[in-house]
Design a protein around this ligand. Structure first.
Ligand code: NZQ
Ligand code: ZN
Length: 388
């Protein structure tokens, strides 16, 4: 573990079929005015909405509803959420839904009492919050993003064709998150597998950086092996609680800052995927799966050692009689076969991307410097072309 770091994760997690029983206790820590944030209606269909409302009423809370958070929450919705929070002087933002609801709640948390335009301040200029930050709690219904235990908040501006994530510090992490794997059982298969790939991508994008011998790499190899194992069970039998609960727990640890310690981290697949999302509004995990293999095959020559380790330790590739590069390539081939088993989007066309969009998508792709190769604008375009 080279370098210096401070590790602190302030989110309290309640996990398991009985997790919601902890909500009443958590609510005692906040004032009476609760902004209830949710999406397009899945929680009403599943009955979770009624359960949460009953707990809030029992706790004597005044509820300010903030429904309609869309997948890939927009800047317009963020402004609306800020208005609700400020006009009603809310004490707690309670997000019930997937990563979009959690991300949005964090965006409102830092923006409600900020007098500047939050899009410009936090997403374009990447400034940190200075004033009042509202507390956030989450009841998670979709797994993948890790938003339940991190400071990430991704907002989409369709007008500017930009989808940007700000990773805030621990003061913006959810104060608590309730993780009941049963809530994820109603997810459509498309969303389930998109979430599984989102998790895989989070781990890969931290794993494929540096060449040191770090504990973080060993942790990530274990998480990836567990994810591959459980995902194979879940695609055959989506109602399998054990598999789905493992996937939920892996998602949290994949992106709650633990495994990033000691790593420079890459994040280019997310930068490409987010720019695709800004143009197409496609499901987040699918934007990642569509660009991953062309990207990894492009950078493989610059990080053969780590790709070889990935092949052997994660995918069980037998290195006997193979060159390092052949072993590394076999690892990516094994990942490709698994991605096809999951029925993930394997190209950008299937997400609605057309040739004429590529230049704009490339332009909207932020270049990160922590991976094995800093991509030039031409390389970004080439990876996108290859992904089409
Ligand atoms: O809106 P409702 O009706 O709830 O439906 C949602 C939505 O349509 C549905 N859904 C969620 N739980 C369900 C369910 N349907 C049936 N049963 C359930 N139990 O699933 C759809 C997708 O939900 P969403 O929250 O958008 O998905 P996800 O959790 O993948 O979140 C995606 C957003 O998170 C951002 C992405 O960019 C995207 O904007 N990310 C956030 C990160 C972070 N905070 O660190 C990192 C990630 O890399 C990611 O970028
Ligand atoms: Zn992601």
């Amino acid at each position: 573990m080279l370098g210096n770091f401070t590790y602190h994760n302030p989110t309290r997690l309640h996990f398991g079929p009985e997790a919601l029983s902890h909500l009443a206790g958590e609510l005692k820590n906040y004032g009476p005015r609760v902004q209830l944030i949710y999406g397009g209606g899945s929680i009403k269909k599943s009955g979770l909405y009624d359960q949460v409302i009953a707990i809030l009423k029992e706790a004597g809370k005044e509820i300010f509803e903030d429904p309609g958070v869309m997948p890939n929450p927009t800047v317009e919705k963020l402004y609306e959420g800020c208005r609700i929070a400020r006009e009603n002087n809310v004490d707690l933002l309670l997000a019930v839904g997937g990563g979009s609801c959690c991300d949005y709640a964090k965006g409102v948390a830092v923006s409600a009492w900020c007098d500047e335009d939050p899009w410009k301040k936090y997403y374009l200029r990447m400034e940190e919050p200075a004033g009042r930050i509202l507390p956030v709690g989450c009841v998670l219904t979709m797994v993948g993003t890790g938003s339940e235990m991190n400071g990430g908040s991704v907002i989409t501006n369709h007008q500017e064709k930009l989808k940007i994530g700000h990773v805030f510090g621990p003061e913006v992490f959810p104060k608590f998150s309730i993780l009941n794997p049963n809530y994820t059982l109603t997810l459509p298969k498309y969303q389930m597998v998109a979430g599984i790939y989102d998790i895989m991508s989070h781990i890969c994008e931290q794993y494929f950086s540096d060449t040191d011998d770090t504990t973080s790499d060993y942790l990530m190899e274990g998480l990836m092996r567990s994810l591959i194992h459980s995902s194979r069970i879940a695609v055959q039998d989506p109602q399998n609680y054990e598999a789905r609960s493992n996937i939920m727990w892996i998602a949290t640890w994949a992106l709650n800052t633990l495994v990033a310690q000691g790593k420079t981290t890459d994040w280019m697949v997310h930068m490409l995927g987010q720019s695709v999302g800004a143009y197409t509004d496609a499901t987040h995990g699918m934007t990642l799966s569509a660009v991953s293999l062309p990207y990894y095959r492009h950078i493989l020559p610059y990080g053969v050692h780590q790709f070889q380790k990935f092949a052997v330790n994660v995918w069980g590739v037998d290195p006997a009689g193979k060159s390092d590069e052949e072993v590394a390539q076999a690892g990516l081939a094994a990942m490709e076969a698994w991605m096809k088993e999951l029925d993930l989007a394997m190209d950008l066309k299937s997400l609605g991307v057309t040739q004429d969009m590529l230049e704009g998508i490339a332009k909207g792709t932020f270049v990160m410097k922590g991976g094995y190769k800093v991509l030039s604008p031409q390389e970004i375009l080439a990876v996108l072309q290859e992904s089409l």
